[in-house]
Design a protein around this ligand. Structure first.
Ligand SMILES: [Zn+2]
Ligand SMILES: [Zn+2]
Length: 262
């Protein structure tokens, strides 16, 4: 099958690779859609920290925001999974350690991350093998594109839940990337007045199509009291700026990561 392979910093190619086989408790998924994340970009540039501390190395097969259809099941997997439309978790904990058993498998010390960590092949390929325990079946109303947005959507939703917004609260999202825009949409769905601050004209223009209350460049941002500031950017200056912008006693949520220390 064909797979997108990063062979080194700034170097990639589509290669012919062996198709995955569903091992015990695994399924093979025929991949339909894959999103490209900021993490993928950092792998492409070679900046991603995992490359420097041994959790990842080239050649790499990226892709952790995906949707597809189960086409094979391994030993021990219920055959009723066949043909189901699914997406899946990125973080695959050991399921045995203290963190995993308390529901925090995403920070398991021995975790794999699909398309990211420990050499686990990602979804930018015709097929993908993952543990059946990582699957989430897509409801009928969720198409393949939305299915591939479930993973970043999970991060965005979690950040909005942490912002403790009430109906009518005013929220500011810093950084109109995928996570920031999804966070803004979740906050809007919760009844908040949502403002988005960004940098490039292109991203601001796209944000303006999504019905937010205000979309601003940094020098245009009105001096309003913000009940929550969600930093979904990778700008080293914005974590401190978020603290300046938020109303006292309200909430700052950091969901973005700067490559340089903030
Ligand atoms: Zn990601
Ligand atoms: Zn674990």
């Amino acid at each position: 099958m064909r797979a997108f392979v990063l062979t080194g910093p700034g170097r990639s190619e589509v290669q012919d690779v062996a198709p995955p086989v569903a091992g015990p408790d695994q399924v093979v998924v025929d991949v339909e859609r894959v999103g490209v994340c900021g993490t993928d970009v950092e792998f492409f540039t070679g900046e991603m920290q995992y490359l420097h501390d041994g959790h990842a190395r080239f050649p790499m097969r990226l892709g952790h925001e995906w949707s597809g259809t189960v086409s094979a099941v391994g030993y021990g997997v219920d055959a009723r999974w066949l043909g189901r439309r699914v997406t899946g978790d990125t973080m695959l904990g050991c399921r045995a350690c203290r963190r995993c058993l308390s529901g925090n498998q995403h920070v398991c010390e021995h975790r794999f991350e699909v398309g990211i960590r420990g050499g686990f092949a990602g979804a930018l390929a015709e097929q993908l093998a993952v543990p059946v325990t990582s699957l989430h079946e897509l409801p009928l109303g969720v198409d393949e594109v939305l299915g591939a947005l479930v993973e970043p959507g999970g991060s965005a939703l979690r950040s909005v839940q942490r912002a403790a917004l009430k109906t009518g609260d005013r929220a500011l999202v810093l950084g109109p990337g995928t996570i920031g825009l999804l966070a803004g949409l979740f906050a809007k769905a919760q009844g908040a007045e949502v403002h988005v601050m960004g940098k490039t004209q292109r991203s601001l223009n796209f944000a303006r199509t999504l019905g937010f209350h205000g979309v601003w460049a940094a020098d245009e941002l009105p001096a309003l009291p913000f009940d929550a500031v969600i930093d979904a950017s990778n700008a080293p200056t914005l974590p401190a700026k978020a603290l300046e912008l938020v109303e006292p006693a309200k909430w700052v949520v950091y969901v973005g990561l700067a490559a340089a220390p903030a």
